[in-house]
Ligand binder design. Structure first.
Ligand SMILES: [Zn+2]
Length: 144
């Protein structure tokens, strides 16, 4: 999912809201999505970087680990990311707070950002470890 930041990048202080949906699938993660991913986000150009705050929603099809029935599982993930065209190199003259945990993602040459990989990572983290179609699933019928 690509988002064009050309207008946003024209001026520091520019802000915009986006709503974008795209059908994606991540078979390599065993993740079958039954609905497109819908992203609602607010973007702000803060000068050295662009901040993105928002959420992504979709629905996955999972297999119950007890009865093997397939069921739908709505997933929503929070997005809080920072993007930059230049690698953010600390300036020597300034006191820099250490920001090891912050991970700044690149803005491509053509002023776009790609959210697909980000969403893929977040979605695979959101998958329940134990997948049950319902909390009181009785398992496969006849199984004792
Ligand atoms: Zn079940």
């Amino acid at each position: 999912m690509r988002i064009d930041l050309t207008e946003l990048l024209q001026k520091v202080g520019n802000e915009t809201d986006i709503e974008q949906s795209e059908k994606v699938s991540f078979p390599e993660d065993g993740l079958t999505l039954t609905k497109p991913v819908i992203v609602n986000a607010h973007l702000a150009n803060i000068g050295p970087s662009v901040l993105l705050l928002g959420r992504a929603e979709t629905e996955a099809e999972l297999e119950c680990s007890r009865c093997l029935k397939k069921f739908k599982y709505p997933i929503a993930i929070e997005l809080e990311e920072e993007f930059s065209k230049e690698p953010l190199i600390p300036k020597k003259s300034k006191e820099i707070e250490l920001r090891n945990e912050d991970f700044v993602l690149p803005i491509e040459e053509d002023n776009t950002i790609d959210l697909t990989e980000l969403i893929r990572q977040d979605l695979s983290l959101e998958q329940p470890i134990k997948t049950l179609c319902s909390p009181d699933c009785k398992g496969i019928k006849g199984d004792k």
